[in-house]
Design a protein around this ligand. Structure first.
Ligand code: ZN
Ligand code: ZN
Length: 229
């Protein structure tokens, strides 16, 4: 619409150069300094290591790449992308995810796969935010995108408000591999936010059963895990 106006920062409205996020707002984002190498949980340590929860119970995925804490104003970016379909916010997040992958020097996967939405929810929301992020990242990093190979079977209940056991039960058998061939050896699963990691763990199990050897998780933001019940 405003093709001929200079871009405005989506967070503060000031005129931003090129990208739609000004430098001040970008540096004010809740960046994760140190995190668990495996689950992406922010840590108060001087360098990345494996957190106690991952040592106690190793998740099926190998690494989690998360640039931001799911806090203000990163949560605002995610929500306006997801629920108001503000595509500019999605582009900012996918750019941040691609930059994070390059900066950390993580092994790049053979393909990236978005966490699927059930068809009914896709119709309600009109788009799958994980797919949009994955499609952008696939272009930035020149990685193959497998959009339809991993699918969601049932319209599972929203995960929020359920405890860990209920979450597992709610998700068991929710995903299946529908690819014509085996998945490649190393895959990155893409989603907008990771909270407990139950969803991506379930997707990882399905991908590994189908033949993947290593699955990493790439998310825009990491929420702090709710206390164990
Ligand atoms: Zn700004
Ligand atoms: Zn961890």
């Amino acid at each position: 619409m405003d093709f001929f106006l200079p871009p405005r920062c989506v967070l503060c409205g000031s005129s931003a150069t090129r990208s739609c996020l000004c430098e001040a707002c970008k540096s004010d984002l809740p960046w994760i300094a140190s995190q668990c190498l495996q689950c992406g949980l922010p840590l108060n340590t001087s360098k990345d290591e494996i957190c106690g929860q991952c040592i106690a119970k190793t998740p099926p995925f190998t690494h989690t790449l998360a640039a931001l804490k799911y806090q203000f104003p990163a949560d605002r970016l995610v929500q306006s992308f997801k629920f108001n379909r503000q595509l500019v916010a999605g582009r900012i997040l996918s750019r941040i995810m691609s930059e994070r992958a390059i900066r950390t020097g993580i092994d790049l996967p053979g393909a990236i796969i978005p966490v699927p939405l059930h068809r009914r929810r896709l119709v309600q929301r009109g788009f799958n935010q994980a797919y949009e992020l994955a499609a952008d990242i696939s272009k930035h990093l020149n990685l193959p995108l497998l959009a339809m190979a991993l699918r969601r079977r049932r319209n599972t209940k929203a995960q929020s408000g359920l405890n860990r056991k209920q979450r597992r039960k709610n998700l068991s058998n929710a995903f299946y591999w529908a690819g014509a061939t085996k998945p490649c050896r190393h895959i990155a699963l893409v989603d907008d936010v990771m909270t407990t990691g139950t969803t991506v763990a379930e997707c990882t199990r399905v991908l590994k059963t189908a033949g993947a050897k290593r699955v990493d998780v790439w998310v825009a933001a990491r929420a702090i895990r709710a206390r164990k019940r």
